[in-house]
Design a protein around this ligand. Structure first.
Ligand SMILES: Cc1cc2nc3c(=O)[nH]c(=O)nc-3n(C[C@H](O)[C@H](O)[C@H](O)COP(=O)(O)OP(=O)(O)OC[C@H]3O[C@@H](n4cnc5c(N)ncnc54)[C@H](O)[C@@H]3O)c2cc1C
Length: 226
């Protein structure tokens, strides 16, 4: 997972060469909202969600997610991003004020849109994209790591099987991966509304569903990776 700390000039080197390499490919980002960091204990108000997890009771990670229009911000300007989060959650109850107080000192702050990447093709010439670069499903799918690992495995296998002909390997890689990519991206499309529900009644329904989940007949469908 890329962190804000990675957004040094190194980023622009790969970003611009990727942009040049794939300039003729259609690439679209489908945005769901915005997020920063990670979770387990959670609480919600309409259109937003805040949660934290504690590792070995020594280190807490917090996530602040909110529904929004497409935001206009500088992805290198961390202070601006922290201000967006602080403004959005200003005045909220629960542990939020305490967690927001750590924004200024957080070294692993991460801020990004919940977005998917859809591309007509994942390769050009001798270069192929793997994982989020080619087919990000967004954190809402919970399948991004699987997609990256399976994608790398299949690509490596097809390159070996094609005996050095990368055009054959790239075509087979896409054909094999596409159903899994589509299935994982579909998961995220259904999850967004429940992640940051738009009303208090939907929050209550979401929370009730989560509590009842172990007892529901379709519990096996949840979390089942394609
Ligand atoms: C908040 C959040 C929660 C998530 N939760 C889950 C989850 O529960 N389950 C799940 O499966 N997935 C989850 N994901 C998604 C998952 O993290 C990603 O899908 C996965 O990490 C993508 O792997 P990748 O190798 O394609 O890209 P990345 O993990 O982003 O790896 C790309 C690497 O390239 C490096 N890089 C970038 N530019 C340069 C450069 N110019 N030079 C050198 N190196 C460079 C970056 O530093 C990074 O290390 C989550 C993501 C987020 C943001």
């Amino acid at each position: 997972m890329s962190k804000v700390a990675d957004q040094s000039p190194r980023w622009s080197a790969i970003e611009s060469s990727t942009a040049v390499q794939f300039a003729s490919k259609r690439r679209s980002a489908v945005e769901f909202g915005c997020a920063a960091a990670l979770s387990v204990r959670s609480s919600s108000s309409p259109h937003s969600r805040f949660s934290y997890s504690a590792r070995r009771n020594t280190e807490a990670k917090a996530v602040f997610a909110f529904e929004s229009e497409q935001l206009d911000y500088d992805y290198r300007d961390i202070e601006q991003q922290k201000k967006i989060v602080a403004d959005r959650f200003d005045g909220q109850g629960w542990e939020v004020p305490k967690l927001l107080a750590h924004l200024d000192t957080a070294e692993d702050f991460y801020f990004d849109a919940m977005a998917q990447i859809h591309m007509d093709d994942w390769s050009k010439g001798r270069v192929a994209l793997v994982g989020d670069a080619g087919y990000c499903a967004s954190p809402l799918s919970g399948q991004g790591a699987d997609l990256s690992l399976v994608g790398a495995y299949i690509l490596a296998g097809e390159l070996a099987a094609a005996g050095g002909d990368h055009t054959i390997a790239f075509a087979r890689y896409r054909a094999e991966m596409l159903p899994m990519v589509r299935a994982c991206q579909n998961i995220a499309e259904g999850v967004g509304k429940w992640y940051a529900p738009p009303s208090n009644s939907m929050i209550r329904m979401r929370n009730l569903n989560v509590r009842l989940l172990p007892y529901l007949p379709w519990r096996g469908l949840i979390g089942g990776a394609p």
